[in-house]
Design a protein around this ligand. Structure first.
Ligand SMILES: Nc1nc2c(c(=O)[nH]1)N[C@H]1C(S)=C(S)[C@@H](COP(=O)(O)O)O[C@H]1N2
Ligand SMILES: [Mo]
Length: 257
């Protein structure tokens, strides 16, 4: 029997290969640019950046330099622009590293959120308990590295509020997320505490629909789309760097300011 929070069909290597092919196509069309193009170059050349080749080393050095610069210029008080409700795209646009048909939503009634690491209270959270925390709404632009974007209206609990509620060490370096579809992701504490970083439970005032991360997903206004994990099952506060799904494939970890 499969575990309640796990999709029936975990994404396999073939699906990942398809996505790599898609990235190569976007690269040819010049859609991927800037700090990400080096990561894409790694994929284009088939260069495995976990390999200790010189190009691998160069790519890693470049990417950690980009992380360093982006962390330095991140302003914890600067708010990303918000938009009028009339601009909100309904329904939102879907993306994941596999095809939408493969999505198996989380088992809602049995879903719980695990909390671990540098926190005082490691009790699991239910949807009902999360709903008792103060909520915030924001209408922000979602930007995907594939070259598309949309305005979305997200509501939920500010991650800062949640971290305070569990007595997290707010001086820790990272907040990491595990998801039901094996898409680990992590952000730095400055981003986690930013007022426009939400544990989102609603889109356009309605409970999140399955493809968009029901029942809980991250929505940050300061990072690219891929840094917004959907279907979150666990949150960990730590000082250990954990590259996410796309970062392991060469994408820049900060990917936003
Ligand atoms: N769990 C999980 N979260 C994910 C992804 C994914 O494949 N799995 N894809 C990311 C990418 S690349 C983008 S652009 C956004 C898409 O979010 P949306 O479907 O709500 O637009 O989710 C991000 N979060
Ligand atoms: Mo994305």
């Amino acid at each position: 029997m499969r575990s309640p929070n796990r999709p029936a069909t975990p994404p396999d290597a073939a699906i990942l290969d398809n996505h790599r092919a898609e990235i190569r196509m976007l690269e040819r069309r010049g859609i991927l640019r800037g700090t990400l193009s080096l990561g894409s170059l790694a994929m284009l050349t088939g260069c495995d950046i976990s390999d200790d080749t010189s190009i691998g080393k160069a790519l890693r050095a470049m990417s950690s330099f980009n992380d360093f610069v982006q962390a330095k210029i991140f302003d914890p008080n600067h708010l990303a622009p918000e938009y009028p409700a009339s601009m909100v795209l309904k329904p939102p646009r879907f993306n994941a590293y596999y095809e939408i048909e493969k999505i198996r939503p989380i088992d809602g009634p049995n879903w719980t959120l695990a909390v671990s690491g540098l926190v005082n209270d490691k009790q699991a959270w239910t949807r009902e308990k999360i709903a008792t925390l103060p909520q915030r709404e924001m209408i922000i632009r979602h930007i995907c590295v594939e070259g598309w974007d949309y305005i979305g209206q997200w509501s939920g609990v500010p991650l800062r509020t949640f971290l305070e509620a569990v007595g997290a060490d707010l001086n820790a370096k990272y907040v990491s997320f595990q998801t039901a579809d094996d898409y680990p992701s992590s952000i730095d504490m400055a981003t986690a505490l930013h007022p426009q970083t939400l544990l989102a439970t609603k889109y356009a005032g309605e409970t999140l629909a399955d493809p968009f991360g029901y029942p809980l997903r991250l929505r940050t206004s300061t990072k690219l789309g891929f840094k917004n994990p959907k279907w979150i099952t666990a949150i960990e506060v730590s000082n250990t760097y954990m590259p996410g799904y796309w970062e392991k494939l060469g994408f820049n970890w900060q990917s936003g300011i």
